[in-house]
Design a binder for this molecule. Structure first.
Ligand code: AMP
Length: 282
């Protein structure tokens, strides 16, 4: 069932909750691929009712970014969600989420200023934190599902939930990849065949670094150099390629604690991100 207004969603969720049903929630920007579907599958397994939101949040795009060309296919998405057993697909207009006079913004200090926050501006994660909190307020889920693909987003959302005592559990699902390793992304449809081939270097670079870490290397600089070499060979100049503490996102000089290895790069005109978690124990 596609719902477009906050009041309709509230009413549907109220009825479900009154019947003692649990609510699982998957926030998305649509153009579904198997990454999105894996979140829905997990939500379906663990809850009585699954709510998915499809909202290309305009405020989290910088003026020079790809809001106007972001892939949109509501009809297909509605079919795919229904096939996964999603009860409610919430597809609000922008004016439903941001009525005239909307003035609130949530800022998570620290976590939002590095990696994608540095590349895209701290406003990006302010907008993500604000819209996710608003969606939590509308849906009031028991559990919300996010992808490790957006590792920094997961950390930001977890921090909001903790700091504001939001009554929702956050579950994180692994990155779903194409058979050649490219992390699935709605933006991959914009890659022409050559860019599509080049894009595989992102995961190969992370793999090379992970292999070094797996072989016992713990020096960040050496691990990063292994990844950088793969990117160089592929002619990719990353926006960032960094190792940071997996919880705080502080810079690290060794991988003796769990570290997030994260990369962002423009492949042709398409901006892609990917990451691997380097576990201290591996
Ligand atoms: P998006 O529509 O890109 O905002 O993504 C919606 C949710 O799906 C976010 O929690 C993403 O992290 C997650 N997601 C996107 N791509 C993948 C992927 N390849 N594997 C797993 N989760 C993903």
């Amino acid at each position: 069932m596609v719902l477009r207004t906050i009041s309709e969603v509230r009413e549907a969720v109220r009825q479900a909750r009154a019947a003692g049903q649990s609510i699982g929630f998957v926030p998305t920007m649509g153009a579904f691929h198997d990454g999105h579907l894996s979140l829905m599958r997990r939500a379906r397994e663990e809850n009585d009712i699954v709510v998915v939101s499809l909202f290309v949040n305009p405020t989290q795009f910088a003026p020079y970014e790809d809001l106007s060309t972001y892939p949109r296919d509501e009809e297909n998405d509605a079919r795919a969600a229904a096939a996964k057993g999603v009860e409610i697909l919430f597809v609000p207009e922008s004016s439903e989420i941001y009525p005239d006079g909307f003035a609130t913004s949530i800022h998570v200090a620290g976590l939002t200023e590095v990696l994608d926050g540095a590349s895209r501006g701290a406003h990006h994660f302010d907008s993500v934190a604000t819209v996710v909190t608003k969606l939590f307020g509308i849906v009031r889920p028991d559990v919300a599902y996010f992808g490790q693909k957006d590792a920094q987003q997961v950390l930001v959302v977890r921090r909001v939930v903790r700091d504001l005592d939001l009554d929702v559990r956050i579950e994180v699902c692994p990155i779903v990849r194409e058979t050649d390793g490219l992390a699935m992304s709605s933006r991959n449809v914009h890659l022409d065949p050559e860019a599509r081939r080049q894009a595989t270097a992102l995961n190969r670079a992370l793999d090379a670094a992970q292999a070094m870490h797996g072989g016992g290397e713990r020096d960040s600089a050496r691990i990063l150099r292994a990844a950088q070499r793969v990117l160089d060979d592929a002619g990719i100049h990353p926006e960032y390629l960094e190792l940071r503490d997996a919880e705080t996102l502080d810079p690290v000089t060794s991988t003796r604690r769990d570290a997030l290895l994260a990369v962002a790069a423009h492949i042709g005109t398409t901006r892609l991100i990917d990451n691997h978690l380097l576990k201290a124990s591996s």
